[in-house]
Design a protein around this ligand. Structure first.
Ligand code: ZN
Length: 449
């Protein structure tokens, strides 16, 4: 194996001997089941009914346990799944519910400590160091992103700037004045900040120091990574993964050597990749990521179906970390669009669009539902002005690329630079629906076709 080329926050744990790791996972699973059995929670009593305490001895026994779905969190809102008394928790977070109530999660002091440690691991994996200024532009509040990465940065010993979302003008001024070495936010907001820094004449100053990004909370393609690394010259853009139901950010992260795959911190989160029947898929094949929290106290989950599509990546990583790796997420199961019978992931559309250097990183996927037959329209934006001939050629080339990749006819619109709405907080909204002729997007689609 190659010599260790990168640093780790907890090398003795992150590069643990795989056999020892497997034994540790088994011990932790057994301890988790004992704790849940003793928790006096009706939810956990029902979930684990029929399971003899002591019958779980190794991590292989996990497959005998039932799966958990998101609806269980909703149905037990707000605290029905807690495995400790509410008095023993110190914080809650919540994810916005797309329909109805949000999902509320709670943490004990030990859970919060783990949250900080694992985010410190992720920041170091991205290239972060204790002497850095780390600018955090994830939203602070109920959303796990801001506070999650914040405490990770502090645990590392970095100088954390809790900028939160929004206000791009102030953000780029702060990055320039305070000398940000690292930037943590959604990838779409990182691109917006690059544009703002350029417009405000601050980009060169920021780029002198800015080395890495810790980007997550929304899916982003390799093509988007190229856009970001062009927009912020000298920056390495790294992916961080997590979800509120499991903890928040810091469940998995890319290291500098593993671009394209993420180390999952599997001494705390045991991963499986399963097909729709709940059976393991062969290594390298895509399936749904299913996670078991081995050490969480307040709100553990057993075999939680994340809805995220990934695959295991085989072989050791050059960085020396021994944790399992998963491929960068190709989308969420529920993000998948079905258009005239064909499955389409928004990430496939992004990959085609951003492959063309003439197109900016901003785009919209529009589902035109005005007629019985659903039409897919993609609205891109020019990176810089072009003449009419080149625009016509670009439209044709994008339409052909999308048709080849998706096996579907796709309408294409290309707007002027800066024309598309920039979103300053939260996850970028990529998919828009047009259901009536009153929708301003309807007029736009009709004039173009
Ligand atoms: Zn690695």
């Amino acid at each position: 194996m190659s010599t260790m080329t990168s640093t780790m926050f907890q090398p003795e744990l992150e590069a643990m001997d795989p056999k020892r790791l497997r034994a540790l996972q088994g011990e932790r699973l057994a301890a988790l089941i004992s704790r849940l059995k003793a928790s006096h929670s009706p939810y956990w009593a029902a979930k684990l009914a029929g399971l003899e305490p002591g019958s779980i001895g190794s991590i292989e026994d996990l497959q005998r346990l039932p799966l958990t779905i998101k609806a269980e969190l909703r149905d037990n809102f707000p605290f029905g799944m807690l495995a400790v008394p509410l008095a023993d928790t110190v914080r809650v977070h919540a994810s916005s519910g797309t329909r109805g109530k949000p999902t509320v999660v709670a943490y004990t002091a030990a859970d919060i400590d783990l949250f900080a440690v694992l985010n410190a691991r992720a920041i170091v994996a991205s290239g972060g160091r204790r002497e850095d200024v780390l600018h955090i532009a994830y939203g602070y509040g109920l959303f796990t992103g801001g506070l999650g990465v914040h405490f990770g940065g502090e645990r590392l010993g970095a100088t954390v700037v809790p900028a939160s979302g929004g206000n791009p003008g102030l953000q780029v001024q702060l990055m320039a004045d305070l000398g940000a070495d690292g930037l943590a936010c959604t990838p779409s907001f990182a691109l917006l900040l690059a544009e703002r820094a350029e417009a405000d004449g601050l980009k060169e100053r920021i780029q002198k120091k800015l080395r890495y990004g810790v980007f997550g909370a929304e899916p982003w393609s390799e093509a988007f990574r190229s856009k970001l690394e062009q927009a912020w010259e000298g920056l390495e853009a790294h992916d961080i993964y997590g979800l509120t139901e499991v903890m928040g950010p810091g469940v998995a992260a890319e290291c500098r050597e593993s671009r394209g795959s993420l180390h999952i911190f599997d001494d705390h989160f045991y991963p499986e990749v399963l097909d729709e029947r709940g059976e393991p898929v062969p290594p390298g094949m895509p399936g749904e990521l299913v996670l078991t929290t081995l050490t969480k106290e307040a709100l553990p989950v057993i075999r939680y179906r994340t809805g995220d599509v990934t695959s295991f990546v085989a072989g050791p990583c050059a960085c020396g970390r021994t944790s399992r790796r998963i491929a960068r997420l190709s989308g969420r199961v529920d993000d998948m669009l079905v258009i005239r019978g064909i499955n389409v992931y928004p990430s496939e559309i992004e990959a085609v669009l951003l492959d063309d250097r003439r197109v900016s990183g901003h785009y919209q996927i529009i589902l035109d539902r005005r007629d019985a037959l659903l039409e897919l329209v993609v609205r891109a934006e020019l990176a810089a002005p072009v003449g009419p001939d080149e625009r016509a050629e670009l439209l044709q080339s994008l339409a052909a690329g999308l048709k080849e990749r998706l096996r579907l006819r796709v309408g294409v619109l290309v707007g002027e630079p800066g024309e598309l709405l920039r979103q300053e907080t939260g996850k970028a909204k990529r998919v828009w629906e047009v259901t009536s002729a009153d929708d301003p997007l309807a007029a736009l689609i009709d004039t173009a076709s």
